[in-house]
Design a protein around this ligand. Sequence first.
Ligand code: GDP
Ligand code: MG
Length: 166
Amino acid sequence: RSGHVAIVGRPNVGKSTLLNRMVGQKLSITSDRPQTTRHRIAGIVTRPDAQLVFIDSPGYQTRSGGALNRVLNRTAVQVAEDADVVVLVCDARGWTPADERIAKLLPADRPVLLAINKVDAVPEKARLIELVNKATACRAFDEVVPISAKTGRQVPLLLDLCAARL
Ligand code: GDP
Ligand code: MG
């Protein structure tokens, strides 16, 4: 199996840290599908059962002043539309209106996994449950996985769940 996985979420939730953690080292293998102008290949994971091509949006790199939030939301949606599986990353310390906006904009016709990152910073289980309740009230997720991109906790599980949805 082979496919594209989009990593989306508001700034600072840990998308880059997660990508680095999942991809580990740079590989010279290229995807058999062309990059669109709306996404770039951020890394590739090759396993015996699957090849996962992680994509993000070039738009994320640019600052565009006043309409920044709108631009970020639009690029998140576009990169999600170019993907086979979408991982929405949020911060375990709290579900915000920005998370909610992005979650609601994501395409309904493909798998969306919620990665609750930075669980190392939230020892209280009740707070995590509260976050899951808020997040799942605003849309359905195919999987909800608490992770720590920083420590690597449950990142292999997230990779398995992505591979299983390709
Ligand atoms: P991005 O803007 O979504 O790409 O977020 P970054 O990957 O740049 O991370 C933003 C900040 O969150 C950085 O200071 C990271 O070190 C921190 N961070 C990322 N993942 C974790 C995590 O699992 N736990 C904790 N405590 N901090 C994290
Ligand atoms: Mg980043």
